[in-house]
Design a protein around this ligand. Sequence first.
Ligand SMILES: [Fe+2]
Length: 227
Amino acid sequence: MWPGEKGSGEAIVIVEQVTEPFHDQAVHGSRESTGTTSLGIGGYGKPAYMTFTAPGLSNKATKKLIGVMQERLSAFNDLHLTLKHIHWNVVGANFIGVHEMIDPQVELTRGYADTVAERIATLGGSPNGTAKAIEHDRSWKDYSVGRDTVQAHLGALDLVYVGFISSHREAIAVAGEIDPVTEDMFIGQTAELEKFHWFVRAHLENSSGELSNAGTKTEAAAAKKSR
Ligand SMILES: [Fe+2]
């Protein structure tokens, strides 16, 4: 009888933090950091309790995997809000093309948040989708560009996607050591995110293949250089 199995009288309490925060490295490294590196298993708020997980997965590995998925859930929730913010604030030449290019990506990203949250629940965890969970789980500051031109926003959005996709690839690596089903989910999502990233970069690229925001490290700098 393993801990948490019906009748064992022992629930798996998921309250400790992963000792090596998964998003401590280059996660959203191109965005302004808040300095936050904590990763709450089960997300912000009440401790999450597991009493089961998927057959064949160990409890310890599942806890680590749920921590990674919670961080990615908050990242997806942050991303679809950021995309809507850009959809509302972009102005100038080529407005309508970019305004309308962004909405399908909002829907895709919201769908991925749902997929990740339901995977957490499938593995016995408790997904947290609140605004406070986003604030708690993320290691980057709010998107910093307000009303601005198409080129400025896309220059900054490029850095958002650099950070997001880098983090998602780290999630693939962690999941690959634990659960190929979750790994497969992250891989499929990354392919679609990378395709949209290409759409963004195509607006910043010249005929020599150089990006207008090359070398910038912050959204503000990327926006300024691309404007
Ligand atoms: Fe709209």
